[in-house]
Write a protein that binds this ligand. Structure first.
Ligand code: FAD
Length: 453
């Protein structure tokens, strides 16, 4: 019997375990992987500095987890004729060291780590989650771990929440169009990468339709290189990697350090991240930035909010959906509203052709600064004047102008709806109905079908 059982010791789970253990709670951290595989995660390894600064209020990262300090992003148009430099400091992580360090911190703070334990699903009693069942790889036995709260931190699979009854809002399944399929290698290359203090993002519907491909340098001669493709298109990213990225001159003679793939939720927030006795963090909560697929920072943020919500619930002595609801509200206000806004832009961008993107980027329809403002602060900070300037600059291409203007309008409206997320579970059906309608209205204007539900 624990205060909290956490399924998955990735960034979100290990950090939540650390935060809760530090506050004196009895925590079990269950992880499928074991031994040297603990902390290993296929990722682009990029992390914005602001996430590290926020985290440092609770835990200061060991400097050895940072492989490279980043000044910003170089963004390339599909025809490679335009290069934007978008400001934004950050790091390329030694990702495996990061993962192992977080688990060590959790254990040092008092969390009980059960490695080689795969969570099979929730234990449900009287309409509430009261624990999980997990298979111990060494013995083959299935064990029960009971707790006041279960945190699903099992990554994009959402191994606990998706096994809950369909009528529970938290169990919402990811649709193919809600995810990106990604593949990446970490490799040592023979020729140093230019400007290795910038991560590089390349837009191309040929290489990475509905997504992008990237080079994130860990050092001048060590790169994380990969691509993400919109799940709806059902294209295997490995095929495109082999066809379009491996033949690049930079890749000649490379030594592969690690290769692997995965899928990333790139969508609006789940309608609820809590239910009786359970909440979800990180990828299990689909907390990722829908535009660029970065989710390490959001895994950290959601773990912080989850620890706070549990502490508050513990004071009140109740762990049902109503008691945990403040986690939903705080999540939507801290990040969810921006996630929804960025999802509006994601959908709009996925309707643009390479030719339209080339046009937009070459005319600076959005400047580097505007891109930074939207991605860092959301749409609320784009002043009317800026929007007007954008409209004038778009005059040469009314269809692109109309799409961008529509996206700005809907991003604002939808973001505002998330800021008005209901204060208790009773308001959810009405709120969700209105949000789905608003998304569908926007999708119709973009020539997309209704939300797959
Ligand atoms: C190719 C790729 C590139 C990416 N690039 C970036 C990037 O550059 N920057 C960025 O910020 N984000 C990036 N992301 C996303 C980022 O990796 C995730 O958002 C982040 O790692 C989420 O952390 P998490 O703890 O929620 O999930 P995870 O890191 O996936 O951790 C989940 C953990 O749960 C364990 N687990 C799963 N199921 C079970 C089970 N049933 N029982 C027990 N344990 C279980 C897993 O083994 C894993 O350790 C990328 C993702 C991919 C796939």
């Amino acid at each position: 019997m624990y205060d909290v059982v956490i399924a998955g010791a990735g960034t979100g789970g290990a950090y939540a375990a650390y935060l809760l253990s530090k506050r004196g709670f009895k925590v079990a951290l269950l992880e499928s992987k074991s031994g040297p595989q603990l902390g290993v995660k296929v990722c682009g390894d990029g992390l914005g500095k602001h996430h590290v600064e926020r985290m440092s209020r609770y835990l200061t990262p060991n400097p050895t987890v940072f492989s490279n300090v980043i000044k910003g992003v170089e963004l390339f148009s599909p025809d490679m004729s335009v290069r934007y430099i978008v400001a934004g400091e950050g790091y390329v992580l030694d990702r495996f060291e990061w993962g192992k360090w977080l688990i060590r911190e959790a254990v040092n703070a008092g969390a009980e780590l059960y490695e080689a334990h795969t969570v099979m699903g929730p234990i449900l009693e009287s309409g509430a989650v009261v624990g999980v069942k997990a298979r111990d790889h060494k013995t083959g036995n299935v064990k029960e771990f009971r707790a006041k709260l279960v945190i699903d931190a099992s990554g994009s699979a959402g191994s606990v929440r998706t096994k809950l009854p369909e009528e529970w809002p938290i169990s919402e399944r990811l649709q193919p169009e809600d995810v990106s399929h990604a593949f990446r290698e970490v490799a040592e290359v023979e020729v140093d990468v230019e400007a290795h203090e910038y991560i590089k993002i390349y837009l191309s519907s040929v290489v990475a339709p509905g997504g992008y491909w990237w080079i994130f340098p860990r050092a001048p001669n060590i790169i994380n290189v990969g691509l993400g493709i919109w799940g709806k298109l059902k294209i295997n990213p490995v095929d495109n990697y082999k066809k379009h990225i491996l033949p690049l001159p930079l890749m000649k003679g490379r030594k592969v350090i690690h290769a692997g793939g995965g899928y990333i939720p790139t969508r609006r927030p789940l309608k609820s991240l809590v239910a009786n006795g359970i909440l979800a963090v990180g990828d299990a909560a689909a907390a990722v930035n829908p535009i660029h697929g970065g989710g390490i920072g959001q895994a950290l943020l959601s773990a912080e909010l989850a620890a706070e919500a549990f502490e508050d619930a513990a004071v009140e002595g109740g762990y049902d959906a109503a008691a945990l609801w403040r986690y939903n509200v705080r999540y939507m206000r801290a990040w969810g509203y921006r996630q929804a806004q960025l999802d509006v832009f994601r959908l709009m961008l996925q309707t643009l052709s390479d030719e339209e993107l080339n046009y937009g980027l070459s005319r600076k329809l959005l400047t580097e600064d505007e891109i930074y403002q939207i991605s860092a602060r959301g749409i609320h900070n784009l002043s009317l004047l800026d929007k007007f300037k954008i409209a004038i600059r778009f005059m040469g291409r009314p269809s692109v102008l109309a799409k961008l203007a529509t996206a700005i309008q809907y991003a604002k409206e939808i973001g505002d709806m998330y800021l008005e997320y209901p204060e208790d579970p009773s308001g959810l059906p009405k709120w969700n109905f209105a949000v789905v309608n608003k998304f569908n209205e926007f999708r119709r204007k973009m020539g997309l079908g209704p939300l797959p539900l």
